[in-house]
Design a protein around this ligand. Structure first.
Ligand code: 1PR
Length: 550
């Protein structure tokens, strides 16, 4: 197998990149010190997280000059995510830290007045100029394909500015901001998106770079409509995983969090078994899921942390599933079976090294929020959310919220934030608040959903996975009132979850709320609908989606 050198200087999910490189026929050699760089023929610099953190690490380890020399020597170079950002002069994310300065521009933060930041999801990297769709690809990039981005800072696109320096630019649009999605000049190619997480379209880009195929004629010229730029509607498949009574790891699904059968026959009381986690994740990837989320809904008690079965599930899934993977359940400081203390950050690190892109924190986030308010809204610095987001960037930390409706006759009957609801309570109550729970809904806490999401946003969470116990498994549609209420309170993206029963529910949640993504479980597991059908439906209704590419 031909080789490519990969520089692993930051924490993050490099396993997926290695898997993707191997998938397109190359093997990876690691650059372990600056002295290894001159031996590299093709060099890739990946990176996620914080510009200042990554660049200061590169600088402190002595990599800046060898990288500049590699580029100057005309040898193939590819930067991914923070790897493209490294090419710029600097970033507002950390003005004191300098980039390589290959591109004479600075990175700016997205404006969050009317959109979520970070920018998370699938967007274009389009080389079309002034509306004229090109019939050629740039390193496999096609105007009608979509790629997975996750970042808060970007290089604003100013027409002609980089082109006059000899760069070819592929752009994406987020709200009213057009930014640089990818750039190429001579031996340098770099992408703000993650090709290793961008499905078949992304693998094509890696392959083209590794094979040195800068341009290629497309089989046919894409239509202007198919090359529409913008963040697509993100559709996520979620797999709740636990061991059943026989000790097998299965995908299960509850009704309002109760995962035991109530069929009155021989399986009555057994954990509902809907299939095998790795196989089902692959199936949803092939149906076009934009992300796959695994939730470990029991903590696999009595198992050493390093042997937790979710690690193996991630390793195997990341070999064939090239979209972002989130893992949740049990991410908290813990004591291992041999008595050793293991921090939430250590557990997250194991997951990232096994192929996860994000970790999802549930119960621990509620406890941390309680402590945050008890301290008068001051940050502690030691919570799971803070430590993991400081090390891996806030885009890597999702907070999974499990709220339940509590009805009240009047808003003054509680000190919590209430909403006026169209779904009246059992006694005809027109107001309710959303109580946060821990331990999979088993224990309600004196924290409302607004308090929780604003606290975890302040701690550095990058995204909210917004479940709703009342809606879970009901197939009756998402809780639009809850979603609108949460969206109004925070700037970070929200994933709507619980209640999806058919494609129309996805259309409804995107049309009637400002949710950033929507997640389904039961309707996919029971094979009532495929992810593909959901996306086709959204597209028919004029909502922008990523087309699945074979
Ligand atoms: O508290 O950090 O250990 O995390 C535990 C995680 O496991 C939390 O994210 C919590 O939501 C989840 N969890 C715990 N118990 C259950 C259960 O079902 N008994 N599952 C559970 C939560 C909710 C969704 C579900 C949607 C969509 N599952 O993720 O997939 O509601 O379902 P639907 O489309 O079929 O309606 P910690």
């Amino acid at each position: 197998m031909p080789t490519v050198h990969l520089l692993d200087y930051v924490a993050g999910n490099v396993r997926s990149l290695v898997n993707a490189i191997e998938k397109v026929g190359y093997s990876v050699k690691w650059v372990k010190s600056p002295a290894d760089v001159p031996a590299a023929e093709k060099l890739i610099i990946p990176g996620v997280g914080h510009f200042g953190h990554c660049l200061s690490q590169l600088d402190a380890a002595g990599y800046m000059e060898p990288i500049r020399a590699h580029i100057k020597a005309g040898k193939p170079f590819m930067g991914i995510c923070v790897g493209i950002q490294a090419l710029f002069e600097g970033s507002d994310e950390n003005p004191a830290v300098k980039g390589l300065g290959v591109i004479p521009m600075r990175l700016r933060k997205f404006d969050d007045t009317d959109k979520s930041v970070p920018h998370i999801g699938w967007n274009s990297a389009n080389t079309s100029q002034r509306g004229e769709v090109t019939a050629e690809s740039l390193y496999g990039l096609r105007p009608d394909s979509k790629y997975y981005y996750v970042h808060s800072y970007a290089a604003p696109y100013v027409e002609g500015q980089l082109e006059k320096e000899g760069w070819t630019v592929a752009t994406a649009r987020y709200g009213d901001e057009e930014f640089v999605g990818a750039v190429a000049r001579d031996n340098v190619f770099a992408t703000q998106f993650h090709p290793e997480k961008s499905g078949v379209a992304g693998l094509r880009v890696l392959k083209a770079f590794l094979e040195g195929k800068r341009t290629e004629k497309l089989p046919e010229k894409p239509s202007t409509a198919s090359a529409t730029e913008g963040l697509t509607r993100r559709v996520i498949a979620c797999l709740d995983v636990r061991t059943n009574d026989q000790g097998d790891l299965v995908v299960t699904k509850g009704d309002q969090y109760d995962v035991r059968e109530k069929d009155g026959v021989s399986t009555d009381g057994a954990v509902r078994n809907l299939g095998k986690p790795v196989d089902m994740a692959k199936k949803y990837y092939e149906q076009g899921a934009d992300e796959v989320t695994f939730l470990n809904i029991t903590s696999f008690r009595n198992c050493p942390v390093a042997d937790t079965p979710m690690l193996e599930i991630l390793r195997r899934t990341s070999e064939t599933v090239f979209v972002p993977l989130t893992i949740g359940g049990g991410i908290r400081d813990t004591v291992d079976t041999d008595g050793t203390k293991v921090s939430a950050l250590d557990i997250a690190t194991m997951y990232f090294k096994s192929g996860a892109d994000k970790v999802s924190i549930g119960s621990e986030a509620v406890t941390a929020a309680e402590a945050y308010y008890a301290r008068g809204k001051t940050l502690e610095g030691t919570t799971a959310i803070e430590t993991i987001s400081a090390a891996y960037g806030n885009q890597a930390v999702v907070v999974s919220v499990d709220p339940r409706r509590v009805y009240v006759t009047t808003p003054s009957a509680t000190q919590h934030h209430t909403i006026k609801t169209e779904t009246k309570g059992p006694g005809g109550e027109e107001h309710c608040w959303y109580q946060c729970t821990i331990k999979g809904g088993r224990e309600g806490r004196d924290v409302d959903v607004r308090q929780l999401v604003t606290a975890v946003e302040a701690m550095g969470a990058g995204e909210i996975l917004l479940n709703c116990i009342d809606k879970d498994g009901t197939n009756s549609g998402f809780d639009l009132e809850l979603i609108n209420d949460v969206k109004a309170a925070i700037r970070i993206p929200v994933i709507a979850s619980s209640g999806a029963g058919h494609p129309g529910h996805f259309e409804e949640v995107f049309a009637r709320t400002r949710t950033d993504a929507a997640l389904g479980a039961g309707m996919f597991h029971r094979a009532e609908y495929t992810v593909k059908q959901v996306k086709e439906h959204l597209q028919e209704k004029g909502q922008l989606v990523r087309q699945y590419e074979k």
